[in-house]
Design a protein around this ligand. Structure first.
Ligand code: NAD
Length: 450
């Protein structure tokens, strides 16, 4: 197996116990931060080559998040890694019980292309904090970003601790034949199943951060201008190539017209257009073609034009959409926003319940009953009320999916937990012994314990 040597050397290094020292982990986090800081311009250029993402967008949605994750880990790591005392039951007294977080070991992190730095390095920050060694496989689809990551990491870390392996399906398939102690995967539900199956063969625990169709529900009585502004930002950031972007809107019929007008206003205000050099490209031709086929020309409210050569699709709003339309059959993952109107909330929620559980759900409402109904009835990974996307940056909220949208979670301490095993320990003394547990098991003993 081509990658066995790398994993063997990482396991050897892990077994030296070097990564168990908190001071070692702190040092590595600082090295990582410094490596990114000193190579910011290389990182900006690479991602611009991949899909014309502006430096601003790259900083805000990628680098700033990684810096924040590192800074948070530096502050909290000692607390997260601390032994936690818990109470001990009467039968085990005198004794002490505690939980010891320990690193899972050699971790494989597989990243997606849409935020190629953040989706690779945020899990890496968690893995370093937990004390794992790391093999990182960034997505080959953002090829320049992948190469930039490989360059920076190779310059900064020995491969026996942290190694980037570039490549596509063939390389990942080979990697998955090797036994890792944990696998952290970000990507599609389809590939998530392949990863899960490969991991099962080795009984390797996984965290799967997957996708899905995330609804934004808009009820009557909301601040429609602010609702539209927030949805437009969340949807068209990165040209809709965001796993938690609102995939489609469900709007109460009487609000539909006003919402459409407000969405149009905010798209124009943000100057998202084919001519805007700061409007992110679609990552490749395959995705461009996939998206174009989703646009039903007879249902366009706004946009719908595209520039194949530059791989750009105008922010496109479709209305009069039904759940049977092509655009509703799979995750869109691009700048197309279908709007479905409804008269009553309950049948719409019943419909969502028949679909795969979404990664996110957003509800824009001032109505407490409706808010509670959505929260009680719809299972989703995480979400927000009266906003979209922003729950992602809350360190105290676990980020992850449920059902088809994922297994496990990370961010903040949840990231540390994702790469840790919580070892439970009961510490007894030799002070005295309770003889009831020992044979012979007599009827007197049974009578006594009952
Ligand atoms: P993808 O599943 O195609 O690829 C993800 C990774 O898997 C890449 O590194 C790729 O090389 C590898 N891969 C692809 N095919 C493989 C195969 N047959 N065997 C083994 N490995 C394989 O996903 P993508 O196109 O990079 O990203 C888009 C999807 O990811 C969307 O569904 C999106 O919602 C989801 N996503 C989820 C999150 C999250 O945090 N939950 C974040 C970003 C993207």
């Amino acid at each position: 197996m081509p990658y066995q040597n790398i994993i063997d050397s990482q396991r050897q290094f892990f077994n030296t116990n070097a990564t168990k020292d908190i001071s070692f982990r702190i040092q590595q986090l600082k090295i990582l931060k410094n490596a990114i800081k000193t190579n910011e311009s290389l990182l900006y250029k690479a991602i611009y080559k991949d899909f014309k993402k502006s430096d601003y967008e790259t900083y805000v949605t990628e680098l700033a998040i990684i810096y924040h994750d590192i800074d948070l880990a530096l502050i909290k790591i000692k607390k997260w890694a601390r032994k936690k005392r818990v109470s001990t039951g009467l039968t085990n007294l005198p004794g002490r019980s505690y939980i010891l977080p320990e690193p899972k070991g050699v971790a494989l992190v597989i990243g997606a292309w849409n935020y190629p730095y953040q989706l690779s390095l945020s899990p890496v920050v968690a893995a370093i904090s937990a004390g794992c060694t790391i093999v990182l496989k960034p997505s080959e689809i953002a090829a320049n970003a992948s190469a930039a990551l490989a360059k920076i990491i190779t310059q900064s870390f020995p491969p026996s601790y942290f190694k980037v392996i570039e490549g596509g399906v063939r390389n990942t398939t080979e990697l998955l034949k090797v036994k890792f102690d944990t696998i952290f995967f970000t990507g599609s539900t389809k590939v998530g199943k392949i990863i899960y199956e490969a991991a099962a063969k080795q009984l390797t625990p996984v965290i799967l951060e997957l996708g899905g169709k995330s609804p934004a529900i808009v009820t009557a009585g909301v601040d429609i201008d602010m609702t539209a502004k927030r949805i437009v930002w969340a949807k068209f950031l990165n040209a809709g190539q965001t796993c938690i972007a609102p995939d489609y809107i469900l709007v109460e019929k009487k609000m539909e017209a006003a919402l459409l007008v407000a969405l149009k206003k905010h798209i124009e205000k943000a100057s998202y257009s084919i001519d805007n050099r700061n409007y992110t490209q679609i990552i490749n031709e395959n995705n461009l073609d996939r998206l174009i086929t989703m646009i039903d020309q007879s249902k366009i409210y706004l946009g719908g034009k595209f520039d194949k050569e530059n791989r750009i699709i105008e922010p496109t709003i479709m209305n009069n959409v039904s759940f049977d339309d092509l655009v509703m059959q799979e995750e869109i993952f691009g700048p197309i926003l279908p709007v479905i109107s409804y008269e009553k909330l309950t049948p719409v929620l019943d419909k969502i319940k028949t679909m795969d559980k979404p990664l996110s759900c957003y509800i824009f409402t001032k109505n407490k009953n409706m808010r509670q109904q959505v929260l009680r009835e719809i299972s989703f990974g995480g979400g927000a009320i009266n906003d979209a996307l922003v729950h992602f940056i809350e360190d105290n909220l676990p980020f992850g999916g449920v059902g088809s949208s994922g297994i496990g979670s990370y961010h903040g301490e949840y990231g540390f937990k994702a790469f840790s095993h919580y070892k439970s320990v009961l510490h007894k003394t030799f002070l005295f012994e309770l003889n009831l547990k020992y044979a012979p098991y007599t009827s007197q003993k049974l009578a006594w314990i009952k």
